[in-house]
Structures are given as structure tokens and as C-alpha cells.
Design a protein around this ligand. Structure first.
Ligand SMILES: Nc1ncnc2c1ncn2[C@@H]1O[C@H](COP(=O)(O)OP(=O)(O)O)[C@@H](O)[C@H]1O
Ligand SMILES: [Mg+2]
Length: 638
């Protein structure tokens, strides 16, 4: 006869509609393990009487360590989702935001300043011997110290990967890591006192100054986070043999360019655009033809919004200071201001239809926007007629080239495409300038060993909105890759290690995502390959792309066609959940190409930085030939 699943008095986790799982004490338990097994529980404090559990099968034994909250969850004998969540909750209530599972640090955003990022805490990590470091309470500094030692002592390249949903605290964690690493390197340079010190100090300052600059241009207020990074970032810090920082390099991914031209209610576009309008001197504003932020279409929704923790005037000062730290000359700073102002004025251009006898309607800049057109042209250093023509007439074909007038809606789309391209290129230009500064000084430094590197990844977490598009597909693909990395390195290597030591390894259960990965990245018919291919074919369209996906993957276990009632698209069964992607816009976004007229226009700008910014870098062909946005290089954001 079957025995009772739980003993009377045993602690268990019971599913709960509000709290996922709650801790309860078994009051009575029927025999057997079927759904009919009767289970009654009480609250641990004994209050509230006896409750009958509806879904007894979903109840799990409470790991004793999790009940009161333990630092390292790898030590649990029963590491269930319920135990993990309960453990985090108990610790969070005690202001213990960090827990860990082996080498993985788990952080729960406290949304308040905890006094845990102190010099004393840094010193404790720095002074700990190998064993002590392993036993210190979980902290982001412990992770950073581990990476620092791995880099310096074992001379192995280190990577700290930070993942989580928007607002989870990824960027703050990355900043804490950098702060620790800089301080650690600084301490090494003080004790050494060698000639490399000066350079190390300079790079340290640059690394710290890069934050306000990148945040001004790359962060925005969203409904989830008032300082949300709208790009992914990989920062690589290089050290010399003494542990001094010798250089640093940032790479950005997928800046959300669409935010330049539109943002949702309750959100803002990029901080720097408000900073510019509010923080510049009266004279600068006159030069930029700016009167009031709310006069700009791209800002009007949010120009008057007050956001706690954001002071645009003060932050503009910091942005300017940071530009100075990176040695942006006055001329270059003027260029940045003019470009930002130019794209804001650009957003105010309206177009009127022009009826043509022999063809479809064309358009012209509305006469009421004549002054705006002047401002845009002046800011971007281009001629007014050329600007108007590039926005309203498209050249089609090669031999002969036919000039096709564009209707107002197409001219408006070209206007927004130009604004997005200007901003995207400016962002990449800034990152290149930051990297250049940190590299040129590093060149003079003592020979840097390529293995002495610590990389930090801060990217968007998994996304599933009501409407998802190419941006979400690329972000979720990146997260699938990270998940695969975890699977391979944490689980498979653990199994291999046990095997190589002749220890019997229990079968490790994990959600293997290799099926989704092959659905996404196999060649030539994986979803991403199909997207890349579609932009190259002459009759490219979203509809054709969707039908190719359906033909290739109809039978795939991780692929479903979206129900017609929800629109045209497809669903992917990701490791973190199902996400439905609307196909509309996939081809255009993937192509991410600026109409050639506009490329020619900016190439003729009298501001030398502008044509240089738009020049394809070495090895880059046309955007379509590169595979466009699907290469996760410079997509359009979501
Ligand atoms: N360690 C922390 N301590 C205190 N507040 C934090 C911490 N981490 C994040 N926050 C708060 O949460 C907000 C969002 O954090 P952020 O790192 O920008 O999120 P993410 O990069 O994951 O979107 C921060 O602006 C800050 O107010
Ligand atoms: Mg962030």
C-alpha cells in the first residue's frame, strides 16, 4: 500500500495564486500520490485554521535551508522553484538583496539605497584569501573580485554576464562591478608606484566618465525604469601584468532607434534631447534655434513630464563635462549640439500633397514649415532645396534613374528614417570616440597582455510584450544564446567533470533549448537566415517571409503560426515562454537602410563629422548585403 507523501508537521510549499508558493505545515496527508491524495495544511504560525489543498500534486517538500533563507542555494537538497523563490523572498525582507547558486549571483532590486557598497566591503573582498572569498556573503563585489583574481593570478579572460528583465538592476550591478574593478586596479597601482600609474588613472577616469555620457545618449525613461538603457553593452577592460587597467572598450548592441521618433505615453525619448533643450545657455539655444522643448514634435508628449531622480539641467552639465573628459573639442561638441537640434527640428517638418498630372501624388514641405526647413538645413549643414528634394523624391532604377515623387506619408517616413539614422550614427560615433580615447592612451602603456581582460555584459533580458517584432526576436535570440551558454557551461561541464573524476553524477534536469536554437539559427532555413535572405530578394515582403517560415517550420516543435485572429505572424516557444511576433515591418527593419537620396544628402554636409559618420566602416558593404538588423548589430529597437 502506498505511503503518505508528507509527514504530519512537515513543512511544504503550496501553490498560491498571488505569491506563487507559500510555506505551510502539513496537518494531515492521505495515502498515495494521485490527484485524489488528500492534503491539509496550516500556516506555520498556527493562525487561520486548517486549509484543504486543492492541487496536492503541485505541493513540494520545503528544503530546510530555504525556510529561513540561505546564502547559497546550491547547498539545498531540494532546489525547487518554490524553494528558490521562498529563499529570495525571506532574504529580501531582511534587506539581503543578493543570494547565489554556486558561481551565479542572484540579485533582487531593493529600490532603495542599502549601505552595502562601502569601502569596507571592498576591502573585505580584496583581503579575503581564496577560501574566505568563497565564504563571504553573496555580493556583486565578490563576483568582481573573483574575476579580478582569475584575470591576474590565473591569467584567464573573465566574463561577467548580467541578465534580467528591464528594471531588474542590471546596469546598476554593472556599474558596481566596474567601480570595484577600478578601485581594485587603483589599489594595485598605488602599491606598485610604477610609471604606468598615470595611464591607469586616466583610463579609470575615462571608464567612470563613460557612464554619464552613455546614459545621456542611450538611456530613457520607460514605464518600468526611469533610467532604462535602450541598448545592450559589452565592456572589455584590459589590464597589464601588475593589474593596472591599461585600456577599455565598449561595444553597443541594438540601440532602440525608434524611440527617437516615437515613445509611449508615460515614457520619454533619450535623456540628452531634453538635456539639450533645458540645459544649454541662452546663447547656445539661440544658435540652435531652440525656444522650448515642447515645441518639438518628437518631445511634445513628455517635455513637461517631471521624473523623480532626473534633473535635465544638472545632467546636461555632466554630459558636457564627460564630453570634455573624452577630449571632444569645442567644434565637435558644437557638432553634437547641432545634430541633436537638427533632428528635433526635422521631426517638425510636415508635408503637403502635390497633385501631378502624369503620376501619383507627390509632396512638398508644407509652407507653414518654411522656417523649420531652414533650421534643419542650417543645423545639418545642407542646402534647403536639396533637403526637401531628398525627402520628397525617390530615385528608382539605375539606367536610367527615374525620379519618383513621394506622397506625404512616404516623405514623413523618410524624415523619420533620417532622424533615426542621424541618432544611431551619432551614438556609434560617440562610442568610437570613447574607445579611441581609451585606446590611444593605452598604446603608450606597458605591453598589455591580451589574456588579462574582464568583460562585462549588460543586455536586455527576455521580452514578451502585447506586440512583438524583429527587435524582440533579436533580443530573445540573444537571451536564448545566453541560456544555451549556461546550459553548456554549468550543466554539461558539471556532468563531464563528475565523469572525469569517476564520480557518479545524478542526471541533471535542465530545459535544453537546442531545438529553439536550431530553429532560429540553422542555415539556410532557420528563422534568422530567412529574414536575412528576404531582404536580398527583389520582391521582398513580410507576407512572403512569413509564408517561407511556415513552409520550412510548420512541423517544428518550437514554431507555431499565430492565430489569424491575432494578426499575421508566428509564435516561438522560447525557453522562457511563448512569444508571438507580428510579421509586419520585419523586412524594412531588417534592411534598416536609409534611402540613398538621404545618404547622398548627409555626405554633402558642410560639417565634416557628418559625412564621416555615415561612411561604411572597413569591411562593411551595403546594409542589406550585411544581413541588416538580423545580425544584431544596429537594429531599430522595440
Ligand atoms: N543595487 C541597487 N540598489 C539600489 N537601487 C537599485 C539597485 N539596482 C537597481 N536599483 C534601482 O532600480 C533602477 C533600475 O535599475 P537598472 O540597473 O537601471 O535596471 P536595468 O538595467 O536592469 O533595466 C535604478 O535606477 C535604481 O533606482
Ligand atoms: Mg539597463
Amino acid at each position: 500500500m502506498a505511503a503518505e507523501r508528507f509527514a504530519v508537521g512537515e513543512l511544504v510549499f503550496v501553490p498560491d495564486p498571488d505569491d506563487a508558493f507559500v510555506l505551510r505545515k502539513v496537518h494531515s496527508c492521505g495515502k498515495g500520490s494521485g490527484t485524489d491524495a488528500r492534503l491539509e495544511v496550516t500556516r506555520v504560525d498556527g493562525k487561520g485554521g486548517v486549509e484543504a489543498v486543492r492541487d496536492a500534486l503541485a505541493v513540494v517538500e520545503a528544503d530546510p535551508l530555504s525556510v529561513d533563507g540561505a546564502e547559497d542555494m546550491v547547498k539545498f537538497t531540494n532546489l525547487t522553484a518554490a524553494a528558490l523563490l521562498h529563499n529570495l523572498r525571506v532574504r529580501y525582507a531582511r534587506d539581503q538583496m543578493y543570494s547565489c547558486a554556486g558561481s551565479i549571483l542572484i540579485s533582487v532590486n531593493p529600490f532603495k539605497q542599502l549601505n552595502i557598497y562601502t569601502e569596507k566591503e571592498m576591502q573585505r573582498c580584496k583581503d579575503a584569501d581564496v577560501k574566505e572569498l568563497q565564504e563571504l556573503p553573496p555580493h556583486v563585489y565578490v563576483i568582481a573580485e573573483g574575476a579580478f583574481r582569475g584575470m591576474l593570478v590565473e591569467q584567464k579572460m573573465q566574463a561577467i554576464l548580467i541578465s534580467g528583465e528591464s528594471g531588474a538592476g542590471k546596469t546598476e550591478a554593472a556599474k558596481a562591478c566596474v567601480k570595484y574593478i577600478v578601485a581594485r586596479s587603483h589599489a594595485a597601482s598605488i602599491s606598485d608606484g610604477s610609471a604606468s600609474q598615470g595611464n591607469a588613472k586616466f583610463i579609470e577616469k575615462c571608464i567612470i566618465s563613460a557612464n554619464p555620457l552613455l546614459e545621456a545618449f542611450g538611456n530613457a525613461k520607460t514605464v518600468r525604469n526611469s533610467n532604462s538603457s535602450r541598448f545592450g553593452k559589452w565592456v572589455e577592460i584590459q589590464f597589464d601584468a601588475s593589474g593596472f587597467i591599461s585600456s577599455s572598450k565598449a561595444t553597443s548592441y541594438l540601440l532602440e532607434k525608434s524611440r527617437v521618433v516615437e515613445h509611449a505615453q508615460g515614457e520619454r525619448t533619450y535623456h540628452v534631447l531634453y538635456q539639450l533643450c533645458k540645459g544649454c545657455s541662452a546663447e547656445e539655444l539661440r544658435e540652435l534655434h531652440i525656444s522650448d522643448a515642447s515645441a518639438f514634435k518628437y518631445l511634445e508628449r513628455s517635455a513637461k513630464m517631471q521624473v523623480i531622480g532626473i534633473d535635465d539641467v544638472k545632467q546636461w552639465k555632466e554630459t558636457v563635462e564627460a564630453m570634455g573628459d573624452f577630449k571632444l573639442q569645442d567644434q565637435e561638441q558644437l557638432f553634437v549640439r547641432r545634430l541633436l537640434s537638427g533632428l528635433l527640428h526635422l521631426g517638425n517638418l510636415r508635408f503637403d500633397a502635390v497633385q501631378l498630372s502624369s503620376q501619383d501624388d507627390g509632396s512638398c514641405v508644407s509652407p507653414s514649415c518654411a522656417t523649420t526647413l531652414k533650421s534643419v538645413a542650417a543645423m545639418l549643414g545642407v542646402g534647403e532645396p536639396g533637403l526637401e528634394q531628398a525627402l520628397t523624391i525617390k530615385s528608382v532604377g539605375k539606367f536610367p534613374v527615374v525620379q519618383v515623387p513621394q506622397p506625404p506619408e512616404k516623405a514623413a517616413a523618410a524624415r523619420d528614417a533620417l532622424a533615426k539614422a542621424l541618432y544611431g550614427h551619432l551614438f556609434e560615433w560617440l562610442i568610437a570616440r570613447i574607445n579611441e580615447e581609451m585606446r590611444s592612451n593605452a598604446a603608450a602603456a606597458a605591453a598589455a597582455d591580451s589574456k588579462r581582460k574582464i568583460g562585462l555584459l549588460d543586455i536586455f533580458g527576455f521580452e514578451a510584450f502585447a506586440k512583438n517584432s524583429l527587435e524582440q526576436l533579436l533580443i530573445n535570440y540573444a537571451n536564448e544564446r545566453l541560456q544555451q551558454f549556461f546550459n553548456v557551461y554549468i550543466f554539461r561541464l558539471e556532468e563531464q567533470e563528475c565523469r572525469s573524476e569517476g564520480v557518479e553524477c545524478p542526471k541533471l534536469e535542465f530545459a535544453d533549448n537546442s531545438a529553439v536554437m536550431s530553429l532560429l539559427e540553422s542555415k539556410p532555413t532557420g528563422v534568422l537566415s530567412l529574414v536575412n535572405e528576404e531582404v536580398l530578394v527583389p520582391n521582398a515582403s513580410d507576407t512572403n517571409l512569413l509564408s517561407k517560415m511556415q513552409q520550412s517550420h510548420r512541423a517544428h516543435s518550437a514554431f507555431k503560426t499565430m492565430p489569424r485572429s491575432q494578426g499575421d505572424g508566428f509564435t516561438i516557444l522560447h525557453f522562457a515562454g511563448d512569444v508571438s511576433y507580428e510579421i509586419e515591418g520585419f523586412v524594412d527593419k531588417s534592411r534598416d537602410a536609409l534611402p540613398s537620396e538621404l545618404t547622398v544628402l548627409v555626405a554633402g554636409s558642410s560639417m565634416p563629422q557628418l559625412p564621416a559618420m555615415f561612411k561604411p566602416s572597413e569591411g562593411e558593404g551595403g546594409t542589406a548585403a550585411r544581413g541588416g538588423g538580423a545580425r544584431a548589430r544596429s537594429g531599430g529597437g522595440g
